[in-house]
Design a protein. Structure first.
Length: 251
């Protein structure tokens, strides 16, 4: 698979975060965005008139902490919450009671197994086993058990050394479609970069729109293009032009 074509001003750009714009960290809280990559994202915004958005499994609050100083349109928790280019935030209506029950059960399991980390994102739960990969099967079984108790309102979704419980009907592809119905994304060719299995629905959505789907890193994928890693993504992004005015921040 070959690298994607160079960025063009008439395209709309969507990015996963962990493993795409930021190297995978031992825990979610330790993720950082390199200053050079932050500058290049700013240059891309200037190039395409602001049609740049983040599409992540992280909650919006976590996204803004990583991208401090660069407030972008973003979909969090695989689209369960979304901030448009005007700064308006929409949340999927999800009852907390079943999430709280699942959280309590999973927290007890995590406390008994060193290396498991339970993350409550608000509308979804993630059980990380990056520090204990031997517990992968256990973590997935535990999450599937909770999904069976909660019913069809939630689904289990895998990822890189984590497993998530997310609301049904949410995925990154649907989040991208919502952005494409609004300015400044509407009418543009969509481009999406992601590294994980949860990015596959976004690849499919972008391909169906005639866009450019880019897998970051190794592994099987439906994406047509590939970049080798976070550093390759940085090099693909346009270099900042010191003489060009930067766009005002969103929100």
């Amino acid at each position: 698979m070959t690298p994607p074509p160079s960025p063009r001003p008439e395209w709309a750009y969507f990015f996963d975060i962990d493993g795409t714009l930021s190297e995978l960290a031992p825990t979610p809280a330790l993720a950082r965005l390199a200053p050079a990559l932050r500058l290049r994202l700013g240059a891309l915004r200037a190039l395409c008139g602001g049609a740049v958005a983040l599409v992540s499994g992280r909650a919006l609050g976590d996204i803004d902490a990583i991208f401090e100083g660069l407030r972008l349109p973003a979909a969090g928790q695989h689209g369960a919450e979304r901030r448009d280019a005007a700064g308006r935030v929409v949340h999927l209506k999800v009852e907390r009671a079943p999430i709280d029950a699942a959280h309590a059960a999973l927290a007890r399991l995590a406390a008994r197994h060193r290396g498991l980390l339970l993350e409550d994102k608000g509308h979804s739960l993630a059980l990380h086993y990056r520090a204990a990969p031997r517990l992968a099967g256990f973590a997935h079984r535990a999450m599937r058990a909770q999904q069976r108790l909660l019913g069809d309102g939630f689904v289990v979704q895998g990822g890189k050394r984590l497993v998530e419980l997310v609301p049904s009907g949410t995925d990154k592809g649907r989040a991208i479609l919502a952005f494409l119905a609004e300015p400044p994304f509407a009418g543009r060719l969509p481009v999406f970069l992601g590294d994980d299995v949860s990015d596959e629905p976004a690849f499919a959505t972008v391909e169906a729109r005639g866009g450019i789907s880019v897998k970051v890193g190794p592994g099987p994928t439906s994406a047509r293009w590939r970049l080798s890693g976070v550093e390759a993504v940085r090099q693909w992004l346009p270099a900042p032009d010191a003489s060009a005015p930067l766009l005002a921040e969103t929100g």
